[in-house]
Design a protein around this ligand. Structure first.
Ligand code: IPT
Length: 944
């Protein structure tokens, strides 16, 4: 290199360094690297298996609880969290963005870093995710440019969002040394692949780079199509990305579906590897459950227990591991709540998803399998570089065994499952293994939906594992933890130079010819086997059938394994003091393996003396109600609906006024219309868009005409309906009042502008003969309540807010025999006194949870301290219980609950029984600050 050139390079580096330093806010500038080859990601050169769970902060509007969920993920073996950032959630109006309060994603990324969780950032611009418009802000409906294309106006809008969200993500990049973001996704399952989309993708990639994102970028292919593969890839479509990733939902989606077959090596490995031979096997979304829908089967509990339960996880995620995938993200890991107007037209309020962590933040049994596999992929380091081993023929054709080898260490991985993998029979078999240690024929059993990940010829912390028919969970110097199914035999073979001393409840034999120490046992309870001598350091081998109460952490003094409590959230060593925080759901005692010097333990701040207490009972108050039926609104101050053009895909007939709500700046929530016409109309017809289970109610001259409900269920991506009512036969001037409940905008999954399907009235039989005014959420895009935000659009007068002056409202009986046609408001205040140091996850139950659908025909919006926490649709179903996150709910203080009941006035169509419910209480939890939000006040909400 010539001197001049070198000088130029130095200048470039200096400038670059200056730019990077200027970008880094917190002064930490130690740089890290994220690199990769065909096997795995490498973080600072270290191969790392990415075991990731999807979490949507916007489905949990209480930042204090983000920490709860992230800690539960860390405790349960995840090392990464994948996050969709929802454009709509942050932007009520073009050019207006909010990253404060419940939208403080800086805080979210800080929490992930604090826990050492890596982050996969997925900011869209389009995200899908069963949220309204797939995450596009409402105002984008009024953009004439085609979304997800290179239309200039769309690109400008997308730039607006990307620039802002990238600025946040950039601050938290691993590569900067200021955070843990390791990967970033552009777009989402873009399967429209024309030239315009190709230019769009290039533009997104260069935007992201120009915004200072330096981690590898990828796109999630909707299936294993090979769309948007990086340079060097062989898929049918190249993309401006570094990594190739695909999505796969292979499990049952309802309780009555049988487990589908696991795709086998050929399908997976070949397509993935051929599409992108130089990048790691990467599934950006692998089903961790599935969404339920309006009118659906209430599938979450059974999906979590069976369809996408522990056996499903072992079989499918195990297959992925066997197929060499080293980046797996499970969608969802905590699904949360589609509160307010977040849901897309398909889904109802709960987005529990049957995920590992329930909507009520409870750890389901399937979480324990995630912990087992997650700890395993992080402990068994050969897993980050697997090549296919020689074919293995088990003794029974009812099973198959995948075989992988790490070419560097020579360690083997065997993944055994039924053949076909959907089979649930009870099969005992043997399979041959041949390693540097010799030839063996271990006996294994697969009973029901199950798979086993078994290792052989593996050096661990000075020990040598010949093989085990128990599954390795984790190991560190002096300790190894293996698990198996209760009642099944297990065999672990370790190698020693001479006979070691073995104590513990196992049968052991030592073969001096091979050096093999063979341990035999039946899985059940926790066995502690101590092995010493034999020319190796001492080992405590823990053999169990249940790791649900076992927790592994790395501390400054090395790894620690704790058993006993329902959850260990954090563990830290200082001198000989081990400080633990966590939860108990019953009294517990601790057992601790790890740092030899532990002499004292602090549990949740208290010295541990042999026992920790379980939770105290929580008592919940009865609810005492007032109610009020507001008069039909007059239209003072409403906008005149006189547009003649619209960007909606649902246009009115030529010459008729445009009535769709987005055109007037109303994107979320109920929309009201008042129309004036004269003369006799025998009937009135309204074409409207309302989303799944959306609704229209109409009145003429104050007289209720009736209601119409948009059909729900799947598949039915478009959500329009037509309602016809008899009209009064009198001549003269008439006023028609219409209310449309907008249950969300259609997603733009196929990039065909589906989100621009109109909401509110589309056309009426009055045609051009009526004049209309329109009103939606107060303030429209200029939010009157920016704290709760656009998705919380509530009542125009503030009936939903704490502090609304309801003292003149009449005392009301609930359950109520019926309700007035239209909307009746109920309000109550109540005190909660959850004991200190407890985390009670509370819910609100309406009607009878034992039935999928009520016979009552009404719907109810539930407002907790002013926050719209969901919609109950009695006769559509299936949801009865609404999770109320602490922070929104005040567990130690006063709460205001408001319920807006919209009924057709028929007999029985009134508010059913309403009760607070305890969805899970533990002693422990995290600090959950109250989410500050304004109460009603006269100046803002009062009518002049
Ligand atoms: C895939 C989406 O990427 C994700 O956003 C979410 O919608 C998920 O599915 C289903 O919950 S779309 C794929 C199923 C075609």
């Amino acid at each position: 290199m010539t001197l001049v050139r070198r000088a130029a390079l130095v200048t470039v580096l200096v400038v670059l360094a200056a730019v990077l330093t200027a970008d880094v806010p917190r002064g930490v500038t130690e740089k890290h690297t994220v690199t990769y080859d065909r096997y795995s990601l490498m973080l600072d050169g270290k191969r790392t298996y990415i075991w990731s769970g999807e979490f949507a902060y916007w489905r949990l509007p209480s930042p204090g609880l983000w920490r709860d969920v992230l800690q539960k993920m860390t405790a349960n073996g995840y090392n990464t969290v994948s996050i969709y950032f929802n454009w709509a959630y942050h932007s009520p109006k073009k050019g207006v963005y909010d990253f404060s309060g419940i939208r403080d994603v800086d805080l979210l990324l800080e929490m992930a870093e604090e826990m050492g969780l890596y982050v996969i950032a997925r900011p869209g611009p389009y995200i899908n995710a069963e949220t309204s418009s797939g995450g596009f802000p409402g105002w984008l409906n009024n953009d004439p440019g085609k979304a997800r294309s290179d239309a200039p106006s769309y690109l400008a809008a997308a730039d607006e969002w990307m620039t802002r969200i990238d600025a946040v993500i950039r601050r938290h990049q691993y590569t900067n040394g200021t955070g843990t973001v390791i990967l970033q996704q552009i777009e989402n399952e873009l399967f429209a692949t024309g030239p315009s989309q190709q230019r769009y993708m290039k533009r997104l990639a260069s935007r992201v780079r120009a915004d200072g994102i330096t981690v590898p970028i990828f796109h999630n292919d909707v299936a294993r199509n090979g769309y948007w593969v990086p340079p060097g890839g062989a898929g049918p479509l190249k993309g401006p990305v570094d990594l190739y990733a695909f999505d796969a939902y292979v499990g049952p989606q309802r309780c009555d579906e049988k487990a589908k077959d696991a795709p086998d090596f050929g399908i997976w490995g070949d397509v993935g590897a051929k599409a992108s031979p130089n990048t790691p096997g990467f599934t950006a979304e692998f089903g961790g459950g599935w969404f339920d829908y309006w009118g659906g089967p209430d599938a979450y509990e059974c999906l979590a227990a069976e369809g996408a339960g522990p056996g499903y996880e072992r079989v499918f995620y195990g297959t992925n591991i066997a197929n060499g995938l080293s980046i797996q993200n499970f969608y969802m890991t905590f699904g949360g709540t589609s509160w307010g107007w977040l849901p897309s037209p398909i889904v109802y309020t709960s987005y529990d998803y049957g995920a590992a962590i329930s909507e009520a933040r409870q750890l389901r049994p399937k979480t324990t399998v995630m912990k087992q596999l997650g700890l395993f992929v992080q402990s068994f380091s050969p897993i980050t570089k697997l090549t296919r081993g020689s074919a293995v023929t088990p003794s029974s054709s009812k099973v198959k065994v995948y075989h992988d080898v790490n070419p560097d260490s020579g360690a083997h991985l065997f993944v055994a499952m039924h053949n076909p993998s959907r089979a649930t029979t009870d099969d005992s078999f043997t399979f041959p293994i041949e390693t540097r240690d010799g030839a063996y024929e271990p006996a294994v059993r697969l009973d029901g939906q199950d798979a086993k990940l078994l290792v052989a010829d593996y050096d661990m912390d000075g020990q040598h594992l010949v093989y085990s028919t128990s599954e390795m969970v984790t190991h560190f110097a002096g300790t190894a933890l293996f698990t198996g199914r209760k009642g099944e035999s297990g065999e672990t073979v370790l190698r020693y130079a001479s006979a070691p001393t073995v104590s513990g409840d196992v049968a052991s034999s030592y073969d001096p010819a091979t050096g093999d120490l063979r341990l035999r046992y039946v899985h059940g309870g926790l066995r502690e086997v101590k092995i010493s001598g034999g020319g190796r350091p001492p080992l405590t081998l823990l053999l169990t059938d249940d790791i649900s109460d076992m927790w592994r952490y790395d501390t400054a003094a090395g790894p620690v394994l704790v058993s006993g409590p329902a959850l260990v959230r954090t563990a830290a060593m200082e001198g000989s003091l081990l400080t633990l925080t966590g939860d108990t759901d019953a009294p517990a005692s601790l057992r601790i393996w790890g740092p030899a010097q532990v002499s004292r333990v602090l549990w949740n701040g208290e010295p541990y003396a042999g026992k920790i207490a379980g939770p105290s009972a929580v008592t919940l108050p009865q609810l005492i109600w007032r109610s009020f039926v507001p008069p039909l609104p007059d239209d003072t101050g409403w906008q005149v609906a006189d547009h003649i053009t619209t960007t909606a895909t649902t246009k009115p007939p030529a010459g008729n006024p445009v009535l769709t709500a987005d055109d007037y700046g109303f994107h979320q929530g109920d929309i009201w219309y008042r129309g004036h016409y004269s003369g006799v109309r025998k009937s009135l017809t309204f074409r409207f868009g309302g989303g799944g289970a959306g609704l229209l109610q109409a009145w003429v001259d104050g007289v209720y005409l009736g209601q119409s409900v948009v059909p729900s269920g799947v598949p039915a991506p478009r959500r329009l309906a037509t309602a016809t009512f008899d009209a009064p036969a009198s001549a003269g001037e008439h006023v028609v009042t219409v209310m449309v409940r907008n249950n969300g905008h259609t997603q733009d999954m196929a990039a065909d502008e589906a989100h621009k399907e109109g909401r509110g009235l589309i056309s009426t039989s009055l045609g051009a003969a009526a004049t209309w005014k329109i009103q939606g959420n107060r303030g429209g895009e200029d939010l009157v309540d920016p704290v709760r935000g656009i998705m919380n659009a509530g009542s125009y007068d503030g009936y939903h807010l704490p502090g609304y002056p309801d003292s003149s409202w009449a005392t009301a009986a609930v359950p109520a025999a019926t309700a007035e046609p239209g909307t009746t408001w109920y309000r109550t205040t109540f005190e909660l006194s959850v004991p200190d140091g407890h985390d009670a996850s509370l819910g609100l139950t309406i009607g009878d949870p034992a039935t999928l659908r009520s016979t009552a025909n009404y719907r109810a919006l539930i407002y907790v301290n002013g926050w719209n926490m969901g919609q109950y649709t009695a006769n559509v179903g299936p949801q009865n219980t609404y999770t109320l996150p602490n922070g929104i709910l005040h567990p130690r203080g006063e709460n205001t609950l408001a319920i807006a009941v919209t009924s057709d006035g028929g007999p029985g169509n009134g508010l059913e029984k309403v009760a607070l419910t305890d969805l899970g209480t533990v002693r422990g939890g995290v600090d959950v600050p109250t989410v500050p939000a304004p109460a009603w006040n006269q100046a803002k909400w009062g009518l002049e």
